[in-house]
Design a protein around this ligand. Structure first.
Ligand SMILES: [Zn+2]
Length: 262
């Protein structure tokens, strides 16, 4: 069953009474590590085990798609899949390698309304996106189809995009990319080519946003990158609308052997 709260801190205040101090709230409802569920000293704090379970992506990685390399091949070396089939974005960066711990943040955000974690996740993404967050860039989320948006009530990528824009001072175009065709969730499709076909033509830039996009450097924000097919399709729509450059910044990306099948 869906938890009945939107904001963890606000929920704690509402349920127990707005006048109580954080110390008393912590005694009555001990804060938990969002990864392991262990007791921690304050809301939003990760336990040592929680930190250890997260795999932050560091260089070396493919310049194009950001997949981490176990060996440093030198600057500008692309991975085989980017050479064989270049995506429509120039560079994708991810804060985390997708595993159970990263997946918990994603599902807590998408399905459990854990909006209290957005600020921390956005900080991690800004750190990971240091080489694509260039002055003048525009932040834009990968959109949900309106039917899925109505069912979920918010777009998790939109929340991350808004927080990244707020923290970093970049312009935000929340509705620049429009998903005009509903598609089955990518996690239900296994092959790379079928995932690509699934989202082909699913995105467009509405005419009224074209002047903002034309000639711009747009950074697409999403929660998870698996094969890159969805972000590449959204990037293709921006390029067709005249965007000069499109990059991607995600919370977590699937890495082969990273324990992250979704
Ligand atoms: Zn690559």
């Amino acid at each position: 069953m869906k938890p009945q709260f939107i904001d963890h801190a606000a929920y704690r205040q509402r349920q127990i009474g707005g006048g109580l101090s954080e110390k008393i709230l912590n005694l009555l409802m001990p804060p938990q590590c969002p990864v392991t569920g262990e007791a921690v000293i304050a809301p939003g704090v990760l336990s040592p085990k929680g930190w250890a379970a997260l795999h932050f992506i560091e260089a070396p990685f493919c310049d194009h798609c950001g997949v981490p390399y176990s060996t440093d091949y030198g600057e500008g070396v692309l991975c085989p899949s980017c050479i064989a089939d270049p995506p429509s974005f120039i560079a994708a960066r991810a804060a985390l390698s997708y595993n159970n711990a990263a997946g918990k943040f994603v599902s807590d955000l998408k399905f459990n309304d854990r909006l209290d974690q957005v600020a921390m996740l956005a900080r991690w993404m800004i750190r990971a996106g240091g080489d694509v967050l260039k002055p003048g860039a525009i932040i834009a989320p990968v959109p949900l189809h309106w039917r899925r948006l109505a069912a979920r009530r918010f777009n998790q990528s939109g929340l991350l995009a808004a927080e990244i824009a707020k923290q970093s001072g970049f312009a935000l175009l929340q509705r620049a990319v429009h998903r005009h065709r509903a598609t089955p969730p990518q996690r239900e499709i296994l092959s790379v080519s079928a995932r690509r076909r699934n989202v082909m033509g699913a995105f467009q830039v509405k005419q009224k946003f074209v002047p903002y996009v034309r000639g711009a450097h747009v950074i697409l924000i999403d929660d998870v990158l698996t094969t890159g097919a969805t972000i590449s399709a959204a990037a293709g729509a921006l390029r067709r609308a005249g965007a000069d450059r499109v990059d991607a910044l995600v919370l977590a990306r699937v890495v082969k052997g990273g324990g992250g099948a979704i």
